[in-house]
Design a protein around this ligand. Sequence first.
Ligand SMILES: [Zn+2]
Length: 104
Amino acid sequence: MVARVKKNDTVVVLHGRDKGRQGTVVEVLPKKNKIIVKGCGLVTRHVKARKQGEAGGIKKQESYLNMCQVMPICSSCSKPCRVNTQVSEEGARVRMCNRCKKVF
Ligand SMILES: [Zn+2]
C-alpha cells in the first residue's frame, strides 16, 4: 500500500471543527491512521511549569486527526484529490491524482 498522505503534504480538512482549513502535515502515524496537521485540530492544554525558567499556562497544541478527515492537495492541479495508485517504470507503486491523472 502507498501512503495516501505523507509528511509535508498540504491537505484540506474535510470534517470536524476545522472543516475547510488547509495545513501542512507535520506527523503521520500510519498504523493508527492518525495525522497531525499544522494549525488544525487545536486543543487547549493546561501546562504546568516542570523545569525552572519554563513557563506554565494554557497552551494551544495540535492534536491527532483521523487520516480520513483530510484530503491531500494535488501539486499539479492544486485541488483536493482522491488518491489512486500507479506502478511506475521502476516498478514502484506511486500516488496518482484521480482528477488530473498525474503522479504527485
Ligand atoms: Zn491533480
